[in-house]
Design a protein around this ligand. Structure first.
Ligand code: URA
Length: 256
C-alpha cells in the first residue's frame, strides 16, 4: 500500500500538496535526478513568478505590478476569481481610498467599487467635490473576490499587503481614507471597532513620509445602516480639512 492509500484508509485524504513540490517530484521520478532550481517555481503566467517576493514588489512600476497581481496565486482567493482587481483612478492622486475587496460586479468588470456600494462611494466623493479618477485613486485590501462576499481573512490581507503598499508608494497620496475594518486591518494592522477608530488621525509611514490616515464606514455598511451616513459625512469633512491643511503646508514649503 502506498502513502496515499494508507491515508485514504485512515480517512485523511485527499492529500493537498504544493503544486510546485508535486511537479518537482514528478520530474524526479521521471528523470531520477533532482530538478534544476528554476523548475521549482511553476509560474501562473510563463514569464512571471507565482508569488513575487515583497522586496521584488516594492521595486515594481505600475505595469509590472498590474501583471504580477493579475497572475498572483499567493492565497486561495485566486482559485475562484474571474480576474484580480488592482485599483482605479489617478495614479498620482492626492486622495487614496481603500476598501475591502472586490465583489461580484468588480470581479466581472475588473474595477473596484462599481456595484451599489460603488455608487454610494461616488456620491460620497461628489459630496466633497471629488470624482473617481480625478485626484482620487481607489484600491482594496485584497485584489481578488472573497467567495460569497465574505470579509477577507487576515492571511489573505497579509498576502496582498505588498501590492497595497506598492500602490501607496507609487501614488504618493496626501491622505488615505480607509473604508471599513478590513482596510483598517490591512493598512494600520489594527482590529479595533470602527466606532473606536473614527475621529482619530493615524499615520502611515511610506519611506520618509508620514501620510495622514482616517477611517470611516464602508459604503456597503452605510447602505444597510442609513443613520450612520451622517457620521461618514463628518469623517469626510474631517478628511477634506486635513487635505486642505496638507496642501497649505506644501504651498508654504514651496514659497520658502
Ligand atoms: N466593496 C469593496 O470593499 N471594494 C470593492 O471594490 C467593492 C465593494
Amino acid at each position: 500500500m502506498n502513502r496515499g492509500q494508507i491515508l485514504h484508509e485512515m480517512g485523511l485524504s485527499p492529500i493537498w500538496e504544493l503544486r510546485e513540490l508535486r511537479k518537482s517530484q514528478e520530474l524526479r521520478e521521471v528523470s531520477g535526478k533532482a530538478p534544476p532550481v528554476a523548475m521549482l517555481s511553476v509560474a501562473a503566467a510563463p514569464d512571471r513568478p507565482t508569488v513575487a517576493g515583497t522586496a521584488q514588489v516594492a521595486r515594481m512600476g505600475w505595469d509590472e505590478l498590474a501583471a504580477t497581481v493579475a497572475a498572483c496565486r499567493a492565497c486561495g482567493l485566486c482559485e475562484q476569481r474571474k480576474q484580480a482587481v488592482l485599483g482605479v483612478g489617478d495614479k498620482s492622486a492626492g486622495w487614496l481610498f481603500v476598501g475591502e475587496g472586490p465583489g461580484a460586479e468588480e470581479d466581472a468588470r475588473g474595477e473596484p467599487f462599481v456595484g451599489p456600494a460603488g455608487q454610494l462611494l461616488d456620491a460620497m466623493l461628489a459630496a466633497i467635490g471629488l470624482a473617481r479618477g480625478q485626484d482620487v485613486y481607489i484600491a482594496n485590501a485584497v485584489k481578488c473576490r472573497p467567495p460569497s462576499n465574505r470579509a477577507p481573512e487576515a492571511g489573505e490581507m497579509a498576502a496582498c499587503k505588498p501590492y497595497l503598499e506598492r500602490q501607496i508608494a507609487l501614488v504618493r497620496p496626501k491622505i488615505v481614507v480607509l473604508l471599513g475594518r478590513a482596510a483598517v486591518h490591512a493598512v494600520l494592522g489594527k482590529d479595533d471597532t470602527l466606532t473606536s477608530l473614527r475621529g482619530k488621525v493615524f499615520e502611515y509611514r511610506d519611506g520618509g513620509r508620514n501620510i495622514p490616515v482616517i477611517a470611516t464606514y464602508h459604503p456597503a455598511y452605510l447602505l444597510r445602516t442609513l443613520p450612520d451616513k451622517a457620521k461618514a459625512w463628518e469623517d469626510l469633512c474631517r478628511a477634506r480639512a486635513l487635505m486642505r491643511a496638507a496642501k497649505q503646508t506644501a504651498a508654504g514649503e514651496l514659497a520658502n
